[in-house]
Design a protein around this ligand. Structure first.
Ligand code: HEC
Ligand code: HEC
Length: 75
């Protein structure tokens, strides 16, 4: 009985950890190319004018784009 409970606890715990694991890590998000358009686009609504976010996995229109995607200068 104790072993079973133990295994169940470990199972639930690992599921919770895996589910909570963010699939989008801010530091590893693709950088924005340093183009004129991107230098002008600072707000999320600017991004949405050109980018169809619905087609990008794990994205929604209400995302704060620049929190993750930063302009990459010199790369
Ligand atoms: C004027 C249109 C326009 C606006 C506004 C714009 N983008 Fe872009 N974006 C593009 C185009 C075109 C490309 C692909 C060409 C390139 O690599 O420069 C691109 C590429 C990207 C990429 C790289 C995609 C890849 O394949 O690596 C990211 C990330 C990105 N944009 C995010 C953003 C974010 C975030 C914003 C708002 C701050 C934004 N863009 C605003 C047109 C735009
Ligand atoms: C929590 C961090 C985060 C936020 C917020 C976010 N993104 Fe992303 N974005 C990512 C990651 C990570 C990827 C790489 C693909 C993936 O794993 O979903 C990505 C991929 C992309 C791509 C495709 C790049 C490619 O190489 O194909 C575009 C375009 C893009 N994001 C635009 C946006 C726009 C526009 C917004 C705001 C509405 C936004 N993102 C908000 C993290 C984020």
């Amino acid at each position: 009985m104790y072993r079973k409970l133990c295994r169940l606890t470990i199972g639930i715990f690992s599921v919770a950890v895996l589910a909570g694991c963010p699939s989008r890590v801010e530091r590893y998000s693709p950088r924005i190319p340093d183009s004129a358009a991107h230098r002008q686009a600072v707000q999320q609504k600017n991004c949405l004018e050109c980018h169809e976010v619905a087609s990008v996995p794990h994205h929604s229109n209400s995302d704060d784009c620049t929190k993750c995607h930063i302009i990459c200068r010199g790369c």
